[in-house]
Design a binder for this molecule. Structure first.
Ligand SMILES: Cc1cc2nc3c(=O)[nH]c(=O)nc-3n(C[C@H](O)[C@H](O)[C@H](O)COP(=O)(O)O)c2cc1C
Length: 193
């Protein structure tokens, strides 16, 4: 790839004080330092109804789904930090994945917003597993819709105690792991072209 890799970064949480929003911000900055152009989103700025196919058939994609889909299409890779809700990803994140997966016409190839994208996953939770179980499901979903999910991932347990007042991770090894993950995403995205 000769152009600068463009990475779309967001957390799967809508919560204002979200640990995953803090975590993805660190990864987004690390990806920028590795030479990517990064767009950091807050899904709270893109409210969406729960996908109901009858409404979709009647009205098409809501404006925010179109905006998100266009953002996915215009970026080469994804950085996602997922909360863990009942051992899986949040409903908000799954709903976004579902809306963005929808075609807007018969001519559009299926899964246009996903096919061939790269992705790095991370998670944060106040629990001891750090959201690991959510990433198992999220990885499977994204892989099934054509996304190249990096084998490496980073989970932050005890997330309510993990960040310092500047938003950095107190554990230097974890902070380095997030930087390595983001750098790897940028390198792989560049190589896959
Ligand atoms: C509906 C619900 C289910 C949850 N289930 C889990 C869980 O299975 N495992 C876990 O570690 N934390 C669970 N939590 C706690 C979340 O990890 C915690 O609220 C976390 O702060 C959410 O991520 P955020 O800070 O990015 O919003 C759950 C929270 C909610 C609201």
């Amino acid at each position: 790839m000769t152009e600068t890799p463009r990475i779309l970064a967001f957390a799967g949480s809508l919560r204002a004080g979200s640990f995953n929003k803090r975590l993805v911000k660190i990864a987004a900055q690390a990806a920028r330092e590795s030479g990517a152009e990064v767009t950091l989103l807050d899904l709270l700025d893109f409210p969406l109804p729960i996908l109901n196919q009858d409404d979709e058939d009647a009205h098409g994609l809501p404006g925010n789904a179109k905006k998100l889909k266009a953002l996915f299409i215009s970026h080469h890779g994804l950085l996602i930090s997922s909360p863990e809700y009942n051992s899986s990803l949040s409903g908000a994140l799954k709903n976004v994945i579902d809306w963005v997966s929808r075609a807007e016409g018969a001519d559009e190839p299926p899964l246009a917003a996903y096919t061939g994208k790269t992705c790095a996953l991370m998670s944060a939770s106040p629990g001891a597993l750090g959201g690991l179980r959510a990433l198992v499901h999220l990885r499977a979903i994204l892989g099934n819709i054509g996304v190249w999910v990096l084998p490496g991932q980073v989970c932050i347990p005890l997330a309510d105690q993990a960040f310092d007042e500047n938003g950095a991770l107190k554990d230097g090894q974890k902070q380095n792991a997030i930087h390595t993950l983001a750098r790897t995403l940028v390198e792989v995205t560049r190589k896959l072209g």
